[in-house]
Design a protein around this ligand. Structure first.
Ligand code: CAA
Length: 283
């Protein structure tokens, strides 16, 4: 059955992107965050993206305002009682996600699917924190959400076929291409991507090359749309570090050890674009 009422929890870069794409596909969306200012910033970002679509003639101003009207923003988590599916896109910290999922499990009707946009945390463990592990699944969107076609759909050990089918359907409705994988540290996307980024940081740490040179090599030599360090700044260096930690702990293999320079940047608060400074400086 098609999802008509979606709730997105967490109004950061990922959450606002997910809300925008779902609303553009005709789904009613509740965007929730406990921080009212984050909600305002998210709404402004969505309106700005919509205006750009109109400017480029890809969507009429009328369709744009209908799209924005389908999004309700709230700080009240109890709004989850109205949703047929929730996609959580809060901070990438296991304890925070477990706490939220337990809370949603209490608030939501039994049929509600709880999807997580986690980039590497175990879906099986997130599911086990609820009384509906069969309805817990990973829906991993890529940044920037409005642009990237992929959704990595992650099945936990207990995820049911019914939940999987509904999520595949929603992803397709949102104009994304879902690709299914099984639960494993870092899934496929970040198990492959993050060690490359971490190795790029090691090149800077060891004085092999500057960030600019590392990025130029991957862009011009391998046709990557952006270099690994610019991409790390886009993803957020704190997120990159936590994914490396999940890989390191999950596989127990030293090849996944986070580069000390990545850790130091995070300690300094140099988190990439969102903090104005990472491997590059942003105005
Ligand atoms: N929101 C909405 N639209 C955006 C956007 C954003 N944040 N950023 C860029 N765009 C749009 C632009 O408006 C532009 O649209 P048009 O073609 O209609 O004009 C288009 O994307 C291209 O943008 P630009 O011309 O500004 O720049 P670009 O050609 O260099 O593309 C990019 C920018 C799409 C980000 C491209 O560099 C790219 O694909 N980079 C790699 C991104 C990537 O690898 N993402 C995955 C990260 S991993 C992840 O997300 C998973 C995880 O768990 C960590």
């Amino acid at each position: 059955m098609a999802i008509r009422m979606l709730m997105v929890v967490g109004a950061g870069q990922m959450g606002s992107g997910i809300a925008q794409v779902a609303a553009a596909a005709g789904t009613e969306v509740i965007l929730q965050d406990r921080d009212a200012q984050a909600l305002q910033r998210a709404y402004d970002r969505m309106a700005q993206n919509a205006a750009r679509e109109a400017e480029k003639g890809r969507r009429s101003a009328e369709d744009n305002s209908a799209m924005l009207n389908r999004i309700v923003v709230t700080t009240d988590i109890k709004a989850a009682a109205q949703a047929e599916m929730i996609i959580e896109a809060i901070v990438e910290q296991k304890e925070e996600k477990l706490k939220l999922l337990r809370q949603l499990d209490r608030i939501c009707p039994p049929r509600t699917i709880l999807a997580s946009n986690t980039s590497s945390l175990p879906i099986t463990e997130l599911g086990a924190a609820t009384y509906r592990a069969d309805k817990v699944i990973g829906m991993h969107f890529m940044n920037p959400v409005p642009v990237m076609p992929l959704v990595e759909v992650v099945r936990g050990l207990a995820t049911s076929d019914e939940t999987y089918d509904e999520v595949m359907e929603l992803a397709a409705l949102m104009g994304k291409t879902p690709v299914a994988v099984n639960d494993c540290p870092g899934f496929v996307s970040n198990r492959v991507l993050l060690p490359m980024i971490n190795e790029a940081v090691f090149c800077v740490y060891e004085g092999v090359a500057t960030p600019e040179a590392v990025d130029r090599i991957l862009k011009l030599g391998m046709n990557h749309p952006m270099g690994p360090l610019a991409l790390a700044d886009l993803i957020g260096l704190d997120t990159c570090l936590s994914i490396m930690e999940v890989l390191h702990e999950g596989f127990g293999d030293s090849k996944y050890r986070p580069c000390p320079l990545l850790r130091q940047y995070v300690q300094a608060g140099w988190l990439g674009r969102k903090s104005g400074r990472g491997f590059y400086i942003y105005e």
